[in-house]
Design a protein around this ligand. Structure first.
Ligand code: NCD
Length: 310
């Protein structure tokens, strides 16, 4: 694995390997790398969870983090994303984590830059590390994917999380259903659409998505209260969920829009668990990228070794 830009690059075997590796990523105090590594976290879009969990993951792996703030960087003098990335490569960054509003930006950089690129969200394209932490959270709960019924509900058209998760879950054998208002259906995603009222009665996982207002046209402003009652997870709908079913959301959550505020921390919610798992999933991706380049210690975490994918 040279880069981590699209979930579609991974086989079911590789996905399972990364999920299991995430589970083993304890901070056991050992430095896993033979050489000093530097991370460049290039966030050109707002982020709290993804940016901070990469930071924690990198620190736990003993990696030095090169601080970058778009607002005070030379991009404000007109420097391009490519030149910014090339600069980080030149001054010694070992890999780059990039979030950018333009679809395929991580992919483009991966073709132009000689250090690993990790996609932390590209426009409405993909969000593979969010996907991995979501897969890990589902695996923790059910220990398998085959035959699970999973509904992804919300702003499908504008969500990079929906795209990555739908493909990965299908690759792993889950039955994926999409649920949203008609205008937000995405014809490029070949999955069955289902009303949320039906999904809550039949699905093992209800994965909600944030309404991506920043990607909507000005005239698309939505009535938030009626959105919740028509398309969101209300307490009434949650009452119809299967006993063992769980609620997920990549966050940030618009409380009272996609989900009733009281459900965010209810017994069936795994929303904060997802965030916790994000650190381990990101550690696993970084560790795996450098392990396949031969610069991590083979004995960093003995428990991980048997099924390592090169
Ligand atoms: C997601 C993102 O940025 O795509 N958030 C995240 O990374 N946890 C989802 C969202 O913003 O709605």
């Amino acid at each position: 694995m040279d880069h981590f830009v699209s979930i579609k690059d991974l086989t079911d075997y590789e996905l399972m390997h990364l999920i299991k590796l995430s589970d083993k990523m304890d901070n056991n105090g050992d430095a896993p790398f033979k050489e000093q590594l530097f991370a460049g976290n290039l966030f050109f879009e707002p982020s709290t969870r993804t940016k901070m969990s990469f930071l924690v993951a990198e620190r736990k792996l003993g990696i030095e983090v090169l601080d970058f703030h778009n607002e005070t960087s030379s991009t404000k003098k007109g420097e391009s994303v490519y030149d910014t990335a090339k600069t980080f490569e030149s001054i010694g960054a070992s890999f780059l984590v990039i979030r950018h509003p333009v679809n395929n930006m991580a992919q483009q950089l991966a073709e132009q830059i000689n250090i690993p690129i990790i996609n932390a969200g590209d426009g409405t394209g993909e969000h593979p590390t969010q996907c991995l932490l979501d897969l890990y959270t589902i695996y923790q709960e059910f220990q398998e994917f085959q035959g699970l019924n999973i509904a992804i509900a919300g702003d499908i058209k504008h969500s990079r999380v929906a795209r990555s998760n739908a493909y990965a879950l299908q690759t792993l054998g889950a039955n994926v259903f999409l649920s949203c208002k008609k205008e937000w259906q995405d014809k490029s995603l070949d999955f069955t659409y289902m009303e949320l009222d039906q999904a809550v009665k039949t699905c093992d996982v209800i994965m909600l998505l944030r309404v991506q207002e920043e990607r909507h046209k000005q005239h698309d402003r939505l009535n938030k209260t009626s959105y919740l009652s028509q398309y969101g997870l209300t307490k009434e709908r949650a009452n119809n969920m299967l006993n063992h079913a769980i609620i997920m959301h990549p966050a940030p959550v618009n409380r009272g829009v996609e989900i009733d505020s009281e459900l965010v921390e209810c017994k069936q919610s795994r929303i904060f668990k997802q965030m916790e798992n994000g650190v381990k999933a990101r550690m696993a991706v970084i560790y795996h990228l450098f392990q396949s380049r031969g610069i991590s210690y083979g004995n960093y975490n003995q428990k991980c070794q048997p099924s390592i994918v090169q």
